[in-house]
Design a protein around this ligand. Sequence first.
Ligand SMILES: Cc1ncc(COP(=O)(O)O)c(C=O)c1O
Length: 435
Amino acid sequence: MPHVLAKISLQLLAKSNVDFLNIASRAQSNMWSNVPMGPPDVILGVAEAFRKDKSPKKVNLGVGAYRDDNNKPYVLPSVRQAEEIIFKKCLNHEYAPIVGDATYCDLIAKLGLGDNSLAIKEKRNVTIQSISGTGALRVGFEFIAKHYGHAKEIWMPAPTWGNHPQICNTLGIVNKRYRYYDPRTLSFNLKGCCEDICSMPPGSIILLHACAHNPTGVDPKPEEWQTLSEIIKEKRILPFFDMAYQGFATGSVDNDAFAVRLFEKHGHQIILAQSFAKNMGLYGERVGGLTIVCADTDTAAKVMSQMKILIRTLYSNPSINGSRIVTEILSNPDLKAQWLADVKEMADRIILMRKKLREGIEKRGNKHKWNHITDQIGMFCYTGLKPEQVERLTKEFHIYLTKDGRISVAGICSSNVDYVAECIHKVTADAKPRA
Ligand SMILES: Cc1ncc(COP(=O)(O)O)c(C=O)c1O
């Protein structure tokens, strides 16, 4: 018996030694010990705080996705119909070509540049399917980093969507800001913008939000776009349009593509990033496009060849489901008509909520100006609320938004608009009028 006990205790001792050695060696060989904790994403942080709030009154105005009037995610009727048609076709799941399906690329180029685009007629556009709008920006910026032969500086509006500078920084591209939004007037600063464009090095790249500017909801007027196009041309600057909200601003996909088409008509060799996340509600499908308008077909062929090399090493080829839905909608006249009506319905609901929010604040006798709520356009509204007012909205009233005072109007619906108006009135009632 003592013999057996001695054997067991020896075994235990050996095991604990092994455990000890394992832990010690794991500590020594932590291959990722150098990785610092990264800051949380601002928008996702707002969503997380909202999720944890148990109040029945809570409102999320940080969402970057459209919600219907019941505050629910919305699947467009045109998309549902397209899905049914595709399902019945019993298609296979083979790989897409590196740059996506050719029919899809033709259709989206036309949707962006318009039926009368000279670049399309002359086959000077290089259009690829991208992983939604972010993927289009990433591929576009990376193409610039690798192949652009002029001043490699990307100028972005101040402020801009947070991911724009982040993508550039990841790629080591110099990115600077031009004046865009005037916090005094809560509107577009044409003079400042033009002055800054004039001082950009010739050949640099200017990033323009084609419509429904995120985060401010402030877009240049048609005559202001005209002016911008002239100066940008004179300074030989390359316009890069980010069009993530085509149709969301005015309810018309053609109106919202005004600037893109104007610049193309003026002979700019524009770059265009497109997304179908918002205007088709295909957020998780990750479907979009990137177009580079070239000077001639020879250059287009070379650009396309390099585009393929770039994409092959990034993700090899794009996914097929989202592009099938987009193709079905854009190629079937009945479905397309339904989609245009769906887009208009979403834009109209946003426009109505802007109107109701403004009325709700003004009818309470609030002494500040609120015309910017209805003057601004698209899903986002830069309210002009100060960080401390935002904090009160969240802490006292369970209304969630980013510190810069941006609200997603899509988060407002008939059942909460009055509550939001009342709370905005309460947090601003005692503040000094804006200068
Ligand atoms: C200005 C802007 N560009 C691009 C995107 C890209 O979106 P996604 O990658 O979902 O298409 C967004 C999304 O919020 C945006 O606001």
